[in-house]
Design a protein around this ligand. Structure first.
Ligand SMILES: N[C@@H](CCC(=O)N[C@@H](CS)C(=O)NCC(=O)O)C(=O)O
Length: 238
């Protein structure tokens, strides 16, 4: 298999999944990881678009099958390599709705909140006020939904760590960078720390990041992300 990815929340979902499957004893065979330089626009190349017409990382290539969308990749890998990360029984429906919930809500809302908070220095404060308020309030509401779930369960979809936790974690762990105050939701904060303590997660979030910068980016990296974040999604960026 080949993983085309970058050091971003949607990319880390899949690298965490690979490492959690290894922890679970799955024999994945060789997985080659190709870093896609988003700032250079490599996601818009013909070669990339042949595997993902949506021009976004991550993409998993497994023989003739190319899978786009991070959450679809989580499900694809979970079904190919059965493990407790996704039950094979009807209990999979405890997990899958939370995965869809992440893809439809947490990813877009936290992504937009982050973008307006960190990547739009050139936009006037007045013009940012409404989206910051809207996405900020919605991000806190979503954290509140997780809070209720985690007050009653060890993990987001019940008593077992699952692909739902993997889908959510990369967005929640960056709460200081996106300025979503999850200290207001203590069960979520505790969950972030418990997920971070897993060896598979530790290795998964290290993909594409120097060892000393996994939890605290250097000022140089922050500037680079700020610059990349402002440029990506712009096919003419150079
Ligand atoms: N819904 C997609 C979102 C993927 C996505 O937005 N990826 C970002 C990086 S986190 C990307 O490739 N951005 C490049 C761009 O905007 O041009 C998924 O979950 O895979």
């Amino acid at each position: 298999m080949e993983l085309w990815t970058a050091a971003t929340p949607n990319g880390w979902k899949v690298s965490i999944m690979i490492e959690e499957l290894i922890e679970a004893g799955a024999e994945l065979g060789e997985v080659s990881v190709r870093n896609i330089d988003l700032a250079k626009g490599e996601q818009f190349s013909e070669e990339f678009l042949a595997h993902n017409p949506n021009a976004r990382i991550p993409v998993l290539i497994d023989g003739k099958r190319s899978v786009m969308e991070s959450c679809a990749i989580l499900q694809y890998l979970a079904e190919k390599f059965p493990s407790p990360l996704l039950p094979e029984s009807e209990a999979r429906w405890d997990v899958l709705p939370w995965v869809y919930w992440q893809a439809a809500n947490v990813g877009p809302v936290f992504g937009n909140k982050l973008s307006y908070t960190r990547y739009m220095d050139s936009v006037a404060d007045d013009a940012k006020a409404h989206p910051l308020e809207r996405f900020g309030a919605e991000a806190l509401r979503l954290a509140g939904v997780m809070e209720k779930q985690l007050q009653n369960h060890a993990w987001i979809a019940g008593e077992t760590f699952s692909i739902a936790d993997i889908a959510l974690y990369p967005w929640l762990r960056g709460y200081k960078w996106s300025k979503v105050d999850i200290t207001l939701t203590p069960a979520v904060l505790d969950w972030v720390n418990r997920v971070r303590a897993r060896p598979g997660v530790e290795r998964g979030i290290a993909y594409g990041v120097p060892a000393g910068e996994i939890d605290r980016w250097s000022e140089e990296r922050k500037a680079q992300y700020r610059n990349n974040g402002a440029q990506i999604a712009n096919p003419s960026a150079d």
